[in-house]
Design a protein around this ligand. Sequence first.
Ligand code: HEM
Ligand SMILES: *[C@@H]1O[C@H](CO)[C@@H](O)[C@H](O)[C@H]1NC(C)=O
Length: 365
Amino acid sequence: MKPSNCFSFILFFFFFFIALVTSQTQDSCSSNVNLNDQVRFDTTTLNCAPVWSSQNFILRYAHTSPNLWSFVLSVPDSNSYIAMGFSPNGQMVGSSAIVGWMLNTGTGTIKQYQLSGQRSDQVLHDQGNLQVNSSMIISQPQSKRLYLIFQLNTEQPLSRVIYAVGQPSVFPISPNFALVEHTDKASTALNYVTGQTKSETPHAKLRKGHGILNMLGWGILMIIGAIVARYSKQWDPLWFYAHTLIQSLGFMLGLAGVICGIILNNKLDADVSSHKALGIIILVLGCLQIMAFLARPDKTSKVRKYWNWYHHNVGRIMIIFAIANIFYGIHLGEKGKSWNAGYGVIITILFLIAVVLEIRLWKRN
Ligand code: HEM
Ligand SMILES: *[C@@H]1O[C@H](CO)[C@@H](O)[C@H](O)[C@H]1NC(C)=O
């Protein structure tokens, strides 16, 4: 292929890609939706808010009459169910949701579900405490979007609003219309007056505390303490006090972090068994290290050699498990890139320091 041909080829795909991307996001609060021929209420005077940016959910709503609220939820069509729920506390359990889907045949269905648990059989169709006045789902092929349209008879809808997207090509079937678990979900607080949406993670403070305490305790301090012990023996007995102090501090923070995790697990009722198991193993190893430390044989003792071997290797295993579990926990908590990057940078720096000190240690011996 000639270079110029190659260039136009690339250019073509570039614009094709741009067209693809923009065609899929073709709705925003600066554009009006025109669904008036299909909808019973005026959709041109609705308030508009981008409510879930990562999934490109756009909500239009209005207080139509004293006892009637109208909603139009605009969602990219991913060939799965879409849901909007009203929650007393921001959590899924206890909410009632409007769920809609559109089959490939073009038949749309919209139903209320009561979310009384986090298992399929606890999510009940045609139940819930929303008074649905009217509802429909429309697909707009040109914008590749679904519009979940409904009106509720209420003076004031709940401000904690949750959203979910189902699994592609899996749709509820008559007679029990069982939903499958979402591929993604969001919990938000909507201010109906300003249209502002705040994303809400349930127990956000406890989660953050759990993450930071464990990261600091097991994942940072313990590593620093191990580095101090390995590479600063020339400053005896200072290295020993520093090591003891740092590891004790790390253990206490880590213990607090594990306790936060157990409380969090009870509150969320989430299935995090491997993360929990690994956390408990790390805690047990930490306790063993402290016990071994208290029962350490004298420096001149014959068994000291074995003790050293044991203490060092349990410590290494613990650090490896801790790093793995921290990244795993970040993944579970959907903390995303910033946490991964932040902890990644810290670990890399500690690793580089260890490498430099290790080389110096080798040269010296
Ligand atoms: C059969 C259907 C469903 C199943 C099996 C299911 C299952 C679950 C599970 C296991 C969790 C906890 C795990 C995690 O936090 O990642 C969860 C959380 C969540 N779900 Fe669902 N879900 C269903 C339907 C829905 C629907 C229809 C909505 C929204 C309208 C929704 C919204 C949420 C939200 C916002 C959370 C996070 C907050 C919380 O943990 O309470 N879910 N769901
Ligand atoms: C819908 O709401 C309007 C206005 O509040 C009310 O007059 C009408 O009876 C409601 N219809 C249903 C089916 O609930």
